[in-house]
Design a protein around this ligand. Structure first.
Ligand SMILES: NC(=O)c1ccc[n+]([C@@H]2O[C@H](COP(=O)([O-])OP(=O)(O)OC[C@H]3O[C@@H](n4cnc5c(N)ncnc54)[C@H](O)[C@@H]3O)[C@@H](O)[C@H]2O)c1
Ligand SMILES: O=c1ccn([C@@H]2O[C@H](COP(=O)(O)OP(=O)(O)O[C@H]3O[C@H](CO)[C@@H](O)[C@H](O)[C@H]3O)[C@@H](O)[C@H]2O)c(=O)[nH]1
Length: 435
């Protein structure tokens, strides 16, 4: 059992802190956001993540998990301090480290004995060393401490499973002692451990995300070519994925990747490369393809209708993927802005992301939590997130409710035979169009 302070109680800090408590540690999750901590202390969860509410309640009741804005005391009481604050994209594209710097300063000011300071935020190479310098200077070198980089690989929507059954833990440490402490902390997870130095651990996180993003942009480019030559990308991906060297995952063509990680981390990696004097052409293309992929939806709409002015459009799914309310860099935002600017009116469905969506979508659209109310009296329906309620859409009912039986499927969820039989005009991604 270890005493942990997790600084930053967002998607990562809250899930990791709760899972560390679940395996028997004493965890204090801290945040500067009083409203977040107040909610958590009332047993409510500030984000939507399946299973999290129950796990937080279980560990809070067992006395292993608590929440506070008193970050200093939490740090003083801890043996291991985790940094899990945001590293958002700055205006110039690189990771903004202001929150990490602030936490390092607070840790230094509250250092009262040896501690392992672990960075879980996704940060550019060299940040661990920067944290070390800030902590040393803020603590006047009064105590020993070690820095570890232990990047996070969880996915939103399956974050608890991804943590409790993690495929690997990366431990980049400045000392054997600290690496041993963090390795022991992970032993109940029974996971593969990659031990390395700080720099490699920091680089590894960006490399992993950039590689997955590359797989998505690659299959989206192949999908666009498939449309031009009459091939079906789902069959192409199926056949590619059966090669164990390629693997079937992350080969779903669609409207491109969104979320709080891939867009910012690919851009941050480009900046890391540029500052190191390397021209990373491949990642530039990955980013460009991803932006263009969102635009393909608007092109398809224009190909069918010509002028979008006065068109009644329904959009199924706002979150960047199912099982989350996260709207950061969601393709839906750009797509809705583009079509409303051309004069279309939009009715949008999402089961959990509407409140977050309202913060980002500036166009005057209407929001629904029922798929059928959303599509009613619309001329075309665009599918952007593969929520269960969208996957199980009753096409016969949809045809009756819509003004015109036209679907633009950005996630390839329907079978071509099915939509053809039911009489839909159907444009999906990288598959033959049904006219
Ligand atoms: N969201 C994911 O799926 C995911 C997965 C892996 C890695 N990451 C990385 O983990 C980091 C955190 O991401 P997130 O999605 O959890 O962010 P988030 O924005 O959901 O949460 C960050 C939290 O840190 C708090 N915070 C900011 N400054 C603080 C300070 N000085 N002291 C205490 N708390 C402070 C904020 O109030 C916020 O609650 C990022 O670097 C991200 O790239 C995210
Ligand atoms: O075949 C695919 C797979 C994913 N996506 C899209 O890619 C984005 C990201 O999806 P996913 O990776 O499932 O979600 P995240 O929660 O953003 O998780 C990624 O980003 C996290 C933050 O760094 C990492 O920890 C995870 O390992 C990494 O998968 C979403 O918009 C998906 O719709 C596709 O378009 N096609």
């Amino acid at each position: 059992m270890k005493r942990l302070a997790v600084v930053g109680t967002g998607y990562v800090g809250l899930v990791s802190g709760t899972c560390f408590a679940e395996i028997g540690n004493q965890v204090t999750c801290c945040d500067i956001d009083q409203s977040k901590i107040d909610l958590l202390n009332k047993g409510e969860i500030p984000i939507y993540e399946p299973g999290l509410k129950e796990l937080v309640a279980k560990n809070s009741e067992a006395g292993r998990l608590s929440f506070t804005t008193d970050i200093g005391t939490a740090i003083q009481d801890a043996e291991v301090v985790y940094i899990a604050v945001g590293t958002p994209m700055s205006e110039t594209g690189e990771a903004d480290l202001k929150y990490v710097r602030a936490v390092a300063q607070t840790i230094g000011e509250n250092l009262n004995g040896y501690k392992v300071i672990v960075n879980k935020s996704t940060v550019p190479v060299g940040t661990g060393k920067m944290v070390e310098e800030i902590v040393r200077s803020a603590s006047n070198g009064a105590y020993e401490f070690d820095i570890v980089s232990n990047p996070e690989f969880l996915r939103e929507g399956s974050a608890i499973k991804d943590t409790m059954q993690m495929e690997r833990a990366v431990i980049g440490a400045t000392s054997e002692k600290a690496a041993g402490i963090i390795e022991e902390l992970h032993s109940p997870f029974q996971t593969a451990i990659v031990k390395t130095n700080l720099e490699s651990a920091e680089m590894l996180k960006y490399a992993a995300n950039a590689f997955l993003a590359t797989k998505i942009s690659f299959i989206n480019d192949i999908a666009n070519i498939c449309e031009l030559v009459g091939a079906d990308v789902t069959k192409v991906a199926e056949g590619m994925g059966l090669d164990s060297r390629i693997g079937p995952k992350f080969l779903n063509a669609g409207v491109g990747f969104g979320g709080s990680c891939f867009p910012k981390d690919t851009t941050a990696l480009l900046h890391i490369a540029e500052s190191a004097g390397y021209d990373f052409e491949l990642i530039k293309a990955v980013i460009k393809t991803n932006i263009r992929q969102r635009e393909t939806v608007v092109h398809k709409l224009k190909n069918i209708f010509g002028d979008l002015n006065g068109l009644n459009v329904s959009v199924l799914g706002l979150a960047f993927k199912p099982n989350t309310d996260d709207m950061r860099y969601a393709p839906s935002v750009d797509i809705i802005h583009a079509i409303t600017e051309e004069g279309a009116s939009v009715k949008a469905y999402d089961p959990v992301a509407i409140e977050e969506a309202k913060k980002q979508i500036t166009a005057p659209i209407s929001y629904y939590t029922d798929v059928y109310e959303t599509i009613q009296n619309t001329d075309v329906c665009i599918i952007l997130t593969e929520w269960p309620e969208v996957l199980s859409l009753d096409l016969n009912k949809a045809k009756e409710l819509m003004n015109k039986a036209i679907l633009i499927d950005g996630r390839n969820i329907f079978s071509l035979t099915d939509v053809k039989e039911k009489g839909f005009i159907y444009h999906s991604v990288g598959r033959p169009q049904i006219q």
